[in-house]
Design a binder for this molecule. Structure first.
Ligand code: PLP
Length: 389
């Protein structure tokens, strides 16, 4: 029987980042010395005291359904954090916890968008926003940013139309590592209020930041009532496998998301939430060490790229750099293919992050320093690049 999938599913592609990770794992199983610079997760282990908390919870029988909104103590901790770190006027009634920030974004978009309505995405954009919008039946209004503006969006007024309902903002940004300046955020704030738009502010890389300051959009005047602030534990606490993310939003939007949660995943895993409570209430020095190490790697990667003639913006946050590789001929798909097949180095081609980025690749530096250095050597060799001044 010919299988007929829904139109909604047929109109989204698979996730290029997850697919390339799978290819890397297969090559590794074949005994190849693969260097994965495609990954979107810290290469550090979850701190021991957090793992111990989950073990204790399981030992104590905390293995049942948790409240759908999330455990009360965790939601209180999150509200405290948002008030203290982000200057967002939050209380537990504004918080929902779910199985990863990705599912939080999926629920937020589904709670807000109707068919034919549009969400504006600043491009290049993280791979899953477009899919979430399309799966909700909505449309994407792509707005391209420019490398020469350090990938900060601008001139948005005339790109809004009657169907635009939602802006999706992501700072620090995946894939560019750009951190939006206060002026950029203020411009987005003015636009959202002037044109009566909702904003999803994905702040998952908030703590992985170097020379810049993170400012939450919901802390601007008039924004709390129209902003869904998204965050989670995957990046700051190296807890990708625990599947824990959260949103802070007006309680009506939380109510909409709750319905989706109740009819999909029910709740986030109970013992993962115990671990998250420990992560928030315990010492934060692991995070500090992790960020210092990312910064060291970033600097070496950027210097290495420069020395082989690849110029790029020094990213101020997250653990990615987004670089133009057109000087090597062909598009970035061909570049990534060559790096993978001949050098066993995984990088993500720019097309995965939206239209118009076919010349770029995303390089993640969530890999040990010696692997980054080795990947640069392989790149130099494959493309026969001489050191350039
Ligand atoms: C920008 C961005 N938002 C959200 C997520 C999802 O994170 P989680 O692991 O919490 O689902 C990611 C993960 O790569 C991301 O890069």
């Amino acid at each position: 029987m010919a299988v007929k999938l829904s139109k909604r599913v047929n109109c989204v592609g698979d996730s290029a980042t997850i697919r390339l990770n799978d290819v890397a794992n297969r090559l590794r199983l074949d005994g190849k010395d693969v260097i994965n610079l495609g990954v979107g997760e810290p290469d550090f282990d979850t701190p021991l005291f957090i793992r111990e908390a989950a073990k204790r919870a399981i030992g104590d029988g905390d293995t049942h359904y948790a409240p759908s909104l999330g455990k009360q103590r965790l939601r209180e901790d999150i509200a405290d954090k948002l008030r203290e770190d982000n200057r967002i006027d939050a209380s537990p009634k504004n918080i929902i916890v779910s199985a990863g920030a990705k599912h939080i974004i999926f629920m937020a978009i589904n709670a807000l968008l109707d068919g034919e309505e549009e969400a504006m995405l600043f491009c290049p954009a993280w791979v899953s926003y477009e899919a979430c919008i399309k799966l909700a039946g909505g449309r994407v209004n792509w707005v391209k940013t420019k490398e020469e503006d350090a990938f900060q969006p601008s001139d948005l007024q005339d790109k809004i139309n009657k169907k635009t309902k939602l802006l999706v903002v992501n700072s620090p940004n995946n894939p560019t590592g750009s951190v939006y300046k206060k002026d950029t955020l203020k411009m987005i704030r003015d636009l959202a209020i002037d044109r009566d738009l909702y904003v999803i502010s994905d702040e998952i890389y908030e703590k992985i930041i170097y020379e810049a300051d993170h400012i939450s959009l919901a802390s601007f005047d008039g924004m709390a009532e129209r902003t869904i602030t998204v965050n989670g534990f995957s990046k700051s606490y190296a807890m990708t496998g625990w599947r824990l993310g959260y949103a802070c939003a007006p309680k009506e939007i939380i109510g909409g998301m709750l319905k989706i949660q109740q009819h999909s995943v029910t709740c986030a895993a109970s013992f993962s939430q115990e671990a998250a409570i420990k992560a928030m209430e315990g010492p934060q020095d692991n995070l500090k060490r992790m960020v210092e190490e990312f910064k060291r790697r970033r600097d070496i990667l950027i210097e290495g790229l420069n020395s082989i003639g690849i110029r790029c913006v020094r990213p101020a946050g997250a653990f990615y750099t987004f670089v133009d590789v057109s000087k090597f001929g062909g598009d970035s798909n061909a570049f990534c293919e060559k790096m993978l097949r001949e050098g066993y180095v995984v990088m993500i081609p720019g097309y995965a992050f939206g239209p118009g980025w076919e010349k770029y690749v995303r390089i993640s530096y969530a890999a040990p320093l010696e692997k980054i250095e080795e990947a640069l050597l392989r790149m130099e060799k494959i493309f026969a690049l001489g050191k350039q001044k």
